[in-house]
Design a protein around this ligand. Structure first.
Ligand SMILES: [Zn+2]
Length: 297
């Protein structure tokens, strides 16, 4: 998802110490965060604690916050970390990942980047490469939706996020195996094309995707193909066409995107009950964090 203009203004105001903007920011995100936290941990109080800690985490990192980054991605990343720590503690120190979709097959090999020797490059450079790669993937995903190439998106998510083989994707979508291989080939060419426009010379081939930042993980952490909240809202109202609806249904349910599920759950419950609980949570998040805001001024 691209950086939202409204978010950008909001976060800039918050960085200046604007308390009303901070309250607005909490109001804007608490619902989807609480929906997400409650899916992962059934206890409402614990989930609320984690959301409160998430906003505290954001406010503490404000001085270094990069406004070019998607705020939703950033908040979900903080919450994921908190949840992971929390669940680990609850399991009594036993190390377990909550990320059931950790795919360690080698989609990064698609891009011929088996270059562990380049691991020695500085952290900053890796971050810059990661950022560039995210921009490329995001631009590609946007092109897919603009040009209504939903099948390409579905095929890539099946391969990358679900870790399926060409054969399995073909069977599931009623395609031939060579057709799936052809789509994959074409998409990688598109990525290379976009990268050639965006990156200097050999930066793409040097992109260090080994280790922590495999494409699959990047794809999910950054919500590369996640739907805008406004799109999800229209989906709930039945106001998107059939192809769009089919893709959204795939992304949310088959690819099991927890972030879009959280947004949908939040949108669904917006009109219902919960208003009082929501107000209470907002006040609690605000009160516990606003002190850090004035200190950041
Ligand atoms: Zn999503």
């Amino acid at each position: 998802m691209a950086v939202d203009e409204g978010d950008r203004h909001l976060i800039q105001a918050v960085q200046r110490g604007d308390q009303a903007a901070w309250r607005d920011l909490i109001a804007r995100y608490e619902g989807r965060l609480i929906s997400f936290a409650r899916r992962m941990c059934n206890d409402r109080t614990e989930a609320e604690d984690l959301v409160q800690e998430t906003f505290l985490g954001l406010v503490r990192s404000l001085p270094a916050y990069d406004t070019e980054r998607s705020l939703e991605t950033y908040l979900f990343a903080i919450l994921r970390n908190k949840l992971s720590d929390h669940l680990r503690r609850r399991r009594g120190g036993q190390r377990q990942s909550i990320d059931s979709l950790e795919v360690d097959d080698a989609p990064e090999a698609w891009l011929d980047t088996d270059t562990p020797s380049r691991y020695v490059v500085g952290r900053e450079r890796v971050d810059a490469q990661r950022r560039a790669l995210v921009d490329v993937l995001r631009a590609w995903a946007e092109q897919c939706t603009d040009r209504r190439r939903f099948q390409d998106l579905i095929v890539i998510e099946m391969l990358l996020v679900l870790g399926l083989r060409n054969k399995e994707v073909a069977a599931d979508l009623g395609l031939t195996e060579p057709a799936v291989a052809g789509i994959k080939f074409r998409v990688i060419e598109q990525w290379r094309g976009l990268a050639a426009q965006a990156l200097p010379d050999d930066a793409w081939d040097e992109a260090d995707l080994a280790g922590e930042s495999t494409l699959a993980r990047l794809w999910q952490e950054e919500g590369i193909s996640c739907l805008k909240r406004s799109t999800l809202g229209r989906f709930l109202l039945g106001a998107v066409d059939e192809d769009w609806a089919h893709y959204i249904d795939f992304h949310v349910h088959q690819a099991d995107c927890d972030r879009c599920q959280a947004n949908l759950a939040d949108l669904r419950s917006e009109d219902e009950q919960d208003a009082a609980a929501r107000d209470a949570l907002r006040e609690r998040c605000f009160t516990s964090s606003v002190g850090f805001l004035s200190r950041a001024e």
